[in-house]
Design a protein around this ligand. Structure first.
Ligand SMILES: Cc1ncc(COP(=O)(O)O)c(C=O)c1O
Length: 388
């Protein structure tokens, strides 16, 4: 064969990247990883997971599960011993009657499956900006259209703003309370007004409550206000520091959850078996109490606000473990973050979570020592910004 024929059929992997893959942009997050890689022992206030470890009782259950051969596929919807009590818990919490429940490979799995199950090409999905990055990108994988609602400067949930962007193509509304990245936890009144909008327009609400345990006011869920019209997503990643174990659950109308189970069968197959058996520890034993950790996170939030709140407006964050602060002077969020990196402090620019580049995210899932150093550096930066 001539060299000519070979070259005509030269295989180029780049030619095989589908449009849906190209539509997802991970450059913002990658820039942060690149920055982190250049830093030695940074003061790291960028982390999106707890800095405590999995409680011992849960670890022991997982080890036992592995040693006793719980290493095989489980039913796709999850083990019955876990699904049943979760269903009862959801019924108690929401007042729903006999909802569908499935165990997920992480809450992320549930976000993906609900979009795959419920969205057609061209359907619109509404969520607040700033947003958890997946809400912006995953709709595109199914040809749906992300529609963000600007929630600056106070990041509150404003039902009227949501109603204003509803079109005949709107299908889904995502609510995340407590919120990543803003740390907001919405009030009952805000959620009721939003539920009324969802009812008026027949929208399916996806309620991502992965931070429900980290709520420094009583946690209110929109789920109880929307029987039959809501997919409730909860996770174990943040509450029990099990981010690498990949466990969460979805509850909602049976007809929808059944479709999600069908799609899980052909994608994730099931949530990790040892993690499911380990979660049984949380059901009746009373051996796991996260109160001390949650109280500590509340104190860290208070300390951060006390330390920088006079220089950096952060709204009124009452949940999760983040503050979303405005960059000082006329700096953009990215400029502030680059200058912080120069002082060995790692933060995330707000542009990763938003169409605006005016803010940055601070995580207080970090040691007291790092929080104190972070406060010092942020105060120095605010002074520099004023002097410009
Ligand atoms: C708002 C929100 N939803 C979902 C997830 C995904 O969590 P999981 O580990 O359960 O997939 C995260 C993780 O950062 C998150 O912040």
């Amino acid at each position: 064969m001539s060299a000519d024929i070979h070259s005509r059929f030269k295989f180029n992997p780049a030619d095989f990247i589908a449009e849906r893959s190209k539509a997802v942009d991970a450059s913002g997050i990658r820039r942060v990883f690149d920055m982190a890689a250049t830093m030695k022992d940074p003061v790291n206030l960028s982390i999106g997971q707890p800095d405590f470890d999995v409680p011992d009782a849960i670890k022991r259950r997982a080890i036992e599960a592995i040693e006793h051969g719980r290493n095989r596929y489980t039913p796709t919807q999850g083990i019955a011993d876990l699904v049943k009590p979760i269903r009862q818990q959801v019924e108690r919490d929401t007042g729903w009657k006999d909802p569908g429940v499935m165990i997920l490979s992480g809450t992320s799995g549930g976000i993906m499956l609900s979009m795959f199950a419920c969205l057609n090409p061209g359907d619109e999905v509404i969520f607040l900006d700033p947003y958890f990055v997946m809400y912006h990108h995953l709709p595109k994988l199914v040809g749906a259209v992300p529609v963000s609602v600007d929630s600056y400067p106070d990041f509150r949930l404003d039902a009227a703003k949501i109603e204003a962007v509803i079109t005949p193509r709107t299908r889904m509304l995502i609510i995340c309370s407590p919120n990543n990245p803003t740390g907001m936890a919405y009030t009952e009144a805000e959620l009721r007004a939003t539920a009324a909008v969802a009812k008026r327009h027949g929208l399916l609400v996806l309620s991502d409550e992965i931070y429900d345990a980290f709520c420094y006011q009583p946690h209110v869920s929109i789920a109880s206000m929307l029987p039959d019209q809501c997919i409730l997503l909860k996770g174990y990643s943040k509450t029990y520091a099990m981010t690498g174990w990949r466990l969460g659950y979805a509850a909602g109308p049976r007809a929808i959850i059944e479709q999600m189970i069908k799609l899980q069968q052909y994608t994730f197959v099931c949530a990790p078996s040892p993690a499911q058996y380990a979660a049984l520890e949380l059901l009746h034993s009373g051996t796991v109490d996260m109160t001390a950790h949650i109280d500590e996170y509340r104190r860290r939030r208070d300390r951060l606000i006390e330390g920088i709140g006079d220089l950096y407006p952060v709204g009124d964050p009452r949940g999760a473990f983040y503050l979303f602060a405005r960059a000082p002077g006329n700096w953009s969020g990215s400029e502030l973050v680059q200058r912080a990196v120069n002082k060995n402090l790692l933060l995330i620019p707000g542009s990763v979570f938003s169409s605006r580049d005016t803010h940055f995210r601070i995580s207080y899932a970090a040691s007291r020592e790092h929080i104190e150093k972070g406060i010092e550096i942020l105060r120095a930066l605010a002074q520099e910004a004023q002097m410009k």
